[in-house]
Write a protein that binds this ligand. Structure first.
Ligand SMILES: *Cc1c(COP(=O)(O)O)cnc(C)c1O
Length: 425
């Protein structure tokens, strides 16, 4: 006989809730604490000057660019800042279009509007990432760049995507905010395009609370990004000695700098990234392996993983037979004290009222007002039917390296218990 579900008054599988799924922060310890203490005791929280600067931001950049085998890395204040800097770096301008996937965090589209370009939404495929064939059909002469997003650890089809971008002569930016450490055929996400960007916000694979970083090979992109992120200055002249005679204020910039406190944590997190991912892989293969056969038999699909060996494995993502089943399963699993959620409220990003209504911070609706007449862009539901369908039926179980083997057993037991009832009804 089926056990009575907690949502119907039965005893939950777990008496206490699973800890938060924040991968990087879940393994914070003495290393991060000591690094922050060092910055505080040196009284030097600013990267470019102070009493006794430890050089944490510079160290983080060095570790990051060496790990990714790219010439340049620039630490910054957030993943959103990294995207804005990446778009500035390659020279995206007002009047340009930039293609982004229909399934991403708002920041991907928001950053595009911040540099004056108009985001165009491309449909996804069963992997939840941008569909290379849909992308090929969507590129027109106004498109200057494409931002691809490996969602929740799943790498993108970078062979097909780089080919499409090359064919049309558009820049390729990888927003790897959620997938630092994932790879496609052995090459790390963020290293395929012109620029790769990452976030260190709490939900991400490594975290310093807030923070971001972007990587690239091209010297002139690096100079533009570095200047824009620091009020026009290019302070570390040794990074590009040929620039030594160029004046400091050579481009009007903003402040997107990373603090030494965030950088101190980021360095320690980067040292742990291989452990974080290998532990999540272990947990994912164990949990997914255990629940997959019976869930598939009951009509649940597991999203396509583009490259199993390169999956950062931060999430188990499933599509239920209907939106109602997805919701019922989600609510019942939560009642068992096992955490799960619906990605992005089960909607593509353009469903957000701000994007759907093109409500920007500017009175004349800039940047949307840049494209007029036959070039005018409008959004409507139904634009990306695959994204709308898959997202409407999604339930995800996020993982963290701090989960114990017994936590993994609880997840398996709770999923089976809930599936037996909810998917039988
Ligand atoms: C988190 C995230 C961002 C933004 O990062 P922040 O550090 O929060 O600014 C951008 N893109 C994607 C895909 C993200 O998941």
């Amino acid at each position: 006989m089926d056990e009575k579900l907690a949502i119907y008054g039965g005893t939950p599988v777990r008496s206490v809730k699973l800890p938060g799924p924040y991968p990087g922060a879940s393994v914070y310890g003495k290393e991060e604490a000591d690094a922050v203490t060092e910055v505080v005791m040196r009284k030097s929280p600013f990267r470019y000057y102070g009493v006794d600067v430890a050089g944490k931001a510079r160290d983080f950049e060095k570790m990051f660019r060496e790990r990714h085998a790219r010439r340049h890395a620039l630490a910054c204040s957030s993943g959103t800042a990294a995207l804005i800097l990446g778009l500035i770096a390659v020279g995206v301008q007002p009047g340009d279009k930039v293609i982004v996937p229909a399934n991403s965090f708002y920041a991907t589209a928001g950053a595009v509007t911040m540099v004056g370009a108009v985001p165009i939404f491309c449909d996804i495929d069963h992997s939840m990432n941008i569909d290379p064939e849909a992308l090929d059909r969507l590129i027109d002469p106004l498109v200057k760049a494409v931002v691809v997003v490996p969602i929740l650890g799943n790498p993108c089809r970078m062979d097909a995507l780089t080919a499409v971008c090359k064919k049309h002569g558009v820049f390729l930016i990888e927003d790897a905010a959620q997938s630092c450490g994932s790879s496609f055929r052995g090459k790390l996400s963020g290293t395929f395009g012109d620029v790769g960007t990452f976030s260190l916000q709490l939900n991400k694979i490594i975290s310093s609370g807030e923070g971001g970083i972007l990587i690239m090979d091209d010297d002139s992109y690096f100079e533009r990004a570095a200047r824009f992120h620091d009020q026009g200055s290019f302070r570390e002249k040794s990074r590009l000695p040929e620039l030594k005679d160029r004046p400091n204020q050579y481009l009007i910039g903003q402040n997107y700098r990373m603090s030494e406190v965030a950088a101190a944590i980021a360095c320690e997190q980067l040292k742990k990234i291989d452990f974080i991912i290998s532990r999540m892989r272990e947990l994912k293969s164990r949990i997914k392996g255990a629940i997959r056969p019976e869930l598939e038999e009951k009509g649940v699909e597991f999203r396509t993983i583009i490259d199993e060996a390169g999956d950062a494995s931060s999430t188990i993502m499933m599509y239920f037979p209907s939106p109602e089943k997805a919701e019922a399963f989600h609510d019942a699993l939560i009642a068992e004290n096992v955490f799960c959620s619906h990605l992005y409220d089960r909607k593509p990003i353009y469903a957000a009222p701000s994007l759907l209504g093109q409500i920007s911070a500017y009175q004349n609706r800039f940047p949307f007002s840049q494209l007029t007449g036959k070039d005018r862009v409008e959004y409507h539901m139904g634009m990306c039917p695959v994204a709308e369908d898959l997202l409407s039926r999604n339930v995800m179980i996020p993982l963290a390296p701090a989960f114990t083997d017994s936590d993994a057993e609880d997840i398996i037991r709770a999923v089976r218990k809930v599936a037996n009832v909810i998917l039988a009804e």
